[in-house]
Design a protein around this ligand. Structure first.
Ligand code: ATP
Ligand code: MG
Length: 512
């Protein structure tokens, strides 16, 4: 049993925790919820020794403890899978799994055979089927996240803390992970589960604690006594009672006027995408749905100049053809908002204002112009208000923001360049429900501003909600399109898994 009492933590002028009590019991899954910036990661970091509280007490099995680092905590059976990836991309999977505690055999040589043997059942349990000699960086993000989880499981922890473990996982991987979590619980492990996916939380949690602005809003309530709606209300507090900002207040310059469509004709990428046609008109949000490897996401890479088509033609809204490099893509008015804010999105140690200016500032700089600091600050202020970014100052390094607020900065920096084509790759991963609504409003507004918007996501519910129509990919082929009344989460779910859109389905359902 792990109990903490009256934890306080401030960062500079920002209060992250203001007197938090928290308790973790063996054999329970305890969900820790809260809006972006509520203090979840801070609490967890203190639990595992990655941060020190300003005040408060920690007791493990009845005795006071203080951990100076995560190794200390791991030695006492407390393991964490943190929100940001902490592994080493250039090392291989096996090395990452045993980082800092390789078993030694015959002197100093690392016994990779033993490591493989120990890792195998854990990898099998979480369904990670990759060659462990591959560099971690060559795995897709979801697989890397599973490696993080496997690494924590290999510690054989008594208390396992998962900070948004499923944010990069696909539906099937998430299901399996939830199975693993239940299994651990049944074996008496205590699991702390942090997530913005409330449906997953309700599927797995025994108890729920909600933080709001660094305080406990709901404490250890049994799941059966809570509803998703009630939980959202507890997370957002007053904010939900007020009208959420309406899209009218979000204004975009419409410099592109009635610019044309994005047209892909017979575009193919050897081994990844078979020839397909796609016309995305200004004012539309076009979804690209498909399982990992289906080719849906590859379409974004092609348009952004990251993946070279082997044949076909691409015409951009502002005229001009395939951009060939990402730099040219940016100059040609294409924005790419990635899911992986850490590696593709942001410079964490640089200020918010500078990060927001990088895209626009980049091409301008090459023309000999530099954005002044004051301009940068003013633009950062604009986006703080538009996107509701919780920050104390635009001079703050991005790395000091909470995960969800970092993702908003990614949004801001790409929108700042006033693009004509916006490519969204799972853009709201890790942001809370309130911010999600803000982002949906912004996406709708971008479309209304005559931008071409292509959108891909693992969240099919969100996709059905914000897209005008969705093109479904399966095994590298565009197999169909869903739009209008037919567009729903369940239709998409079926389509991406069976590789087709059953035109008659909705009709049949209606007749039942
Ligand atoms: N290293 C830091 N320096 C400055 N401020 C910080 C730092 N870490 C966290 N904060 C601030 O403390 C508050 C709590 O952040 P925390 O990361 O705990 O939120 P969270 O609940 O995990 O949010 P999210 O859902 O977005 O991950 C936020 O206002 C955040 O900006
Ligand atoms: Mg967090």
């Amino acid at each position: 049993m792990y109990t903490v009492k009256d934890l306080h933590k401030t960062y500079g002028g920002v209060t992250a925790l203001a007197g938090v009590d928290f308790e973790i019991l063996p054999g329970e899954v305890h969900a820790l919820l809260g809006a972006n910036g509520a203090g979840k990661s801070t609490l967890i970091k203190i639990l595992v020794g990655a941060a020190q509280p300003d005040a408060g007490r920690l007791e493990l099995d009845g005795a006071p403890v203080s951990f100076t680092n995560t190794r200390d905590a791991a030695d006492r059976g407390v393991a964490i899978v943190s929100q940001e990836l902490t592994l080493f991309p250039h090392l291989d999977v096996l090395q990452n799994l045993f980082l800092g505690r390789e078993p030694l055999a015959a002197g100093i040589a690392l016994d990779r055979r033993a490591m493989r043997r120990i890792a195998a059942p854990v990898l099998a349990a979480i369904g990670l089927d990759v060659d462990v000699s591959r560099p971690l960086g060559s795995l897709r993000l979801g697989e890397q996240q599973l490696v993080e989880i496997a690494r924590a499981l290999l510690e054989d922890p008594k208390i396992l803390i998962l900070d948004e473990p499923t944010s990069a996982l696909q539906a099937t991987e998430t299901e399996r992970l939830l199975g693993v979590v239940r299994n651990l619980r049944d074996r008496g492990v205590a699991v702390v589960y942090v997530s913005h996916f409330l449906e997953d939380v309700f599927a797995v949690a025994d108890r729920i604690t909600v933080l709001r602005s660094g305080k406990v809003a709901v404490s250890r309530r049994p799941r059966a006594e809570m509803t998703i709606q009630g939980t959202v209300r507890a997370m957002l507090g007053e904010a939900v009672a007020h009208d959420r900002r309406t899209s009218e207040t979000v204004a975009f310059d419409d410099a592109s006027g009635s610019a044309g469509s994005l047209v892909l004709t017979g575009v193919a990428v050897t081994g990844i995408l078979e020839p397909f046609d796609l016309t995305a008109r200004p004012g539309e949000v076009v979804g690209l749905a498909g399982l990992e490897g289906s080719g849906a996401r590859a379409v974004l890479d092609v348009v952004f100049g990251r993946l070279r088509p082997s044949r076909g033609r691409i015409t951009l809204p502002e005229g001009g053809g395939w951009p060939m490099t990402m730099n040219r893509a940016v100059k040609a008015g294409i924005a790419y908002i990635p899911a992986d804010r850490k590696r593709l999105g942001l410079m964490l140690d640089v200020s918010i204002a500078e990060n927001i200016s990088t895209v626009k500032g980049g091409p301008l700089k090459r023309m000999g112009m530099v954005l002044g600091r004051r301009t940068m600050q003013r633009r950062a202020e604009h986006w703080r208000e538009t996107l509701n970014i919780a920050m104390s100052s635009s001079a703050q390094p991005v790395g000091s923001l909470s995960g969800g607020n970092q993702q908003k900065v990614v949004f801001a920096k790409w929108l700042e360049a006033d693009p004509s084509v916006i490519l969204l790759d799972d853009p709201s991963r890790g942001v809370d429900v309130g911010a999600k609504d803000d982002m949906h409003a912004i996406i709708a507004q971008m479309a209304a501003g005559q931008k071409v918007v292509l959108y891909t996501s693992s969240d099919l519910e969100e996709m059905a909600k914000i897209c005008d129509r969705v093109v479904v990919f399966f095994g590298g082929r565009a197999v169909g399109e869903v739009g209008g009344e037919q567009l729903s989460e369940s239709v998409l779910m079926e389509a991406i898994n069976v590789g087709g859109v059953d035109e008659g389905r909705t009709e049949r359902l209606r007749q039942l």
